[in-house]
Design a protein around this ligand. Structure first.
Ligand SMILES: [Fe+2]
Ligand SMILES: [Fe+2]
Length: 175
C-alpha cells in the first residue's frame, strides 16, 4: 500500500475501502469482485502523490485554479496504474471515481452505465468517508449529514441502488 504524506489520504483510502466492501456485500457481489473493489479503493487517490502538499493541506476554500489542480489526481492515478497488469480493470475503476451518473463528473464526463458499478460504489463510499471525517479545511460534518447528502444526490449524480445499500450498511452496523 502506498503512503502519501499529506496526513489524511492513506487513512481516507483505508476507510473508503472498508465502506466500499460493506456496500458491495450489501449488494451481494461475489467475493472476487469485492476483493477487486477493495484493491481499487485502497489506491483510488494515488494520483494525489503528484499534488503539492501545500494544496492538499490548505485550510479554507480552494480557488477554481487550485481545484483544477486537485482534479488532476484522477488522470495521474490512471496513468500510474494502467501500466500495472492487474487481472481486472483496476486503473479504469480508479479513473471513474469522480464521474457521476448524470455526466457532471470528471475527468471524462461519462454517464450512467458507462461508469463501472465498482466505481459507482467507490464514489458513494468516498463522499460518505470524506464528509464524516475531519479534513485540514473543516471538521467532520457527521455521518447523518453524509447519509443525507448521498440521499439528496441519489438518482442524479449517484446510483440509487448503491446509495440505498450504503445507507443500509451504515444504519445496520454503525462504525
Ligand atoms: Fe479522488
Ligand atoms: Fe477519495
Amino acid at each position: 500500500m502506498h503512503r502519501l504524506t499529506d496526513g489524511y489520504t492513506p487513512g481516507h483510502e483505508d476507510r473508503t475501502a472498508l465502506l466500499s466492501v460493506r456496500i458491495a456485500r450489501e449488494l451481494q457481489l461475489d467475493a472476487q469482485r469485492i476483493m477487486q473493489i477493495n484493491m481499487a479503493a485502497q489506491v483510488h487517490d494515488i494520483g494525489k502523490a503528484d499534488i503539492p502538499l501545500k494544496l492538499l493541506n490548505k485550510p479554507g476554500r480552494l480557488t477554481d485554479a487550485e481545484f483544477t489542480i486537485i482534479k488532476t489526481h484522477v488522470q495521474v492515478g490512471y496513468d500510474i496504474l494502467k501500466h500495472i497488469d492487474f487481472p481486472f480493470p483496476l486503473a479504469e475503476f480508479v479513473y471513474c471515481h469522480h464521474e457521476y451518473l448524470d455526466g457532471s463528473g470528471y475527468p471524462r464526463g461519462i454517464k450512467a452505465d458507462q461508469i463501472p458499478l465498482e466505481s459507482r460504489i467507490l464514489t458513494v463510499a468516498d463522499i460518505v468517508e470524506s464528509m464524516s471525517e475531519d479534513r485540514p479545511y473543516r471538521r467532520s460534518l457527521g455521518m447523518p449529514a453524509a447519509l443525507a447528502e448521498i440521499r439528496r444526490q441519489s438518482g442524479q449524480r449517484l446510483d440509487p441502488v448503491v446509495v440505498d445499500a450504503c445507507v443500509r450498511a451504515v444504519e445496520n452496523d454503525p462504525v
